[in-house]
Design a protein around this ligand. Structure first.
Ligand code: IPE
Ligand code: IPE
Ligand code: MG
Length: 248
């Protein structure tokens, strides 16, 4: 049987590749359980996988990658798991920062940094400072991020800045979010088969395309990522209008 997707050449058409891809990296725990391993091993495998996907973004010409690594709701997990997730972020910065910098990756953080351990905050700030002039790929790490929390914070700042009500419009609200200045995500991917957004980019994702796969995050490799991009490329985005549009 002829597979429609085979019609897409290995080289994805550069003008059709999504500029901004956001990923809910879910399923690490189930990946570990299926192997009789502790959950932490699943998170580590998930982190290894991230390298592959960062490389694939550079290869396919994605300009912004946002990854959901720790949600405001994840504070409700057991202390040992929270600690493990903090350690993993710290280790990633220690191990990968130089290479990411060399590859031209600019690191940014989405979320409230203040609630993280002091040394982790320092490392995140240093990594942001070190990579701020890189422009090959912007990597937004959503860590202690929640979409509602982000909007509440934006409202507070708008009020603090004394912005008159008539000046408040969508562009102004966007400029108060963690993603200020970045394009909205074109494509949101969620692994592990869950069909929900879990408080991720609820403002920015108003018109994003969605791609859900049962594949668990540690197994979501370059080829699976490419498949998601192919699905996206084959869709028509209409933004409420009658004809396909290139952007909202
Ligand atoms: C996603 O994997 C990573 C984080 C939420 C930090 P999970 O830890 O949610 O894995 P499952 O959903 O239990 O399999
Ligand atoms: C979403 O995954 C958060 C991250 C991937 C960081 P969860 O596993 O925490 O989400 P729910 O609980 O299934 O909604
Ligand atoms: Mg999960």
């Amino acid at each position: 049987m002829e597979n429609h997707q085979n019609a897409i050449p290995e080289e994805l058409p550069p003008d059709k590749v999504p500029r901004h891809v956001a990923i809910i990296m879910d399923g690490n725990g189930r990946w570990a359980r299926a192997r009789g391993l502790p959950r932490r091993a699943g998170h580590e495998a998930g982190t290894e996988n991230l390298r592959r996907i960062i490389r694939a973004c550079v290869e396919f010409g994605v300009k912004v990658l946002t990854i959901y690594a720790f949600s405001t709701e994840n504070w409700g997990r057991p202390q040992w798991e929270i600690r493990a997730l903090m350690h993993i972020l710290e280790n990633v910065i220690d191990r990968e920062l130089d290479e990411l910098h060399q590859e031209g990756v600019q690191l940014r953080h989405l979320g409230e940094l203040d609630r993280l351990p002091g040394n982790l905050q320092r490392k995140v700030r240093q990594a942001i400072e070190m990579t701020k002039d890189n422009d090959r790929l912007i990597l937004n790490v959503a860590f202690n991020y929640g979409g509602r929390d982000e909007i509440v914070r934006a409202i507070r700042h708008i009020v603090e800045d004394g912005i008159p009500p008539e000046d408040i419009d969508e562009a102004l609200v966007s400029s108060y979010l963690y993603t200020a200045g970045l394009p909205d995500p074109d494509l949101i991917i969620r692994t592990s088969g869950e069909l929900r957004i879990s408080n991720f980019l609820i403002w920015q994702g108003a018109y994003s395309e969605h791609y859900y796969t049962p594949t668990l995050w540690p197994d979501f490799d370059r080829e699976e990522f490419r498949k998601a991009l192919v699905h996206y490329i084959q869709r028509e985005r209409r933004f409420g209008k009658l004809e396909p549009q290139t952007s909202g």
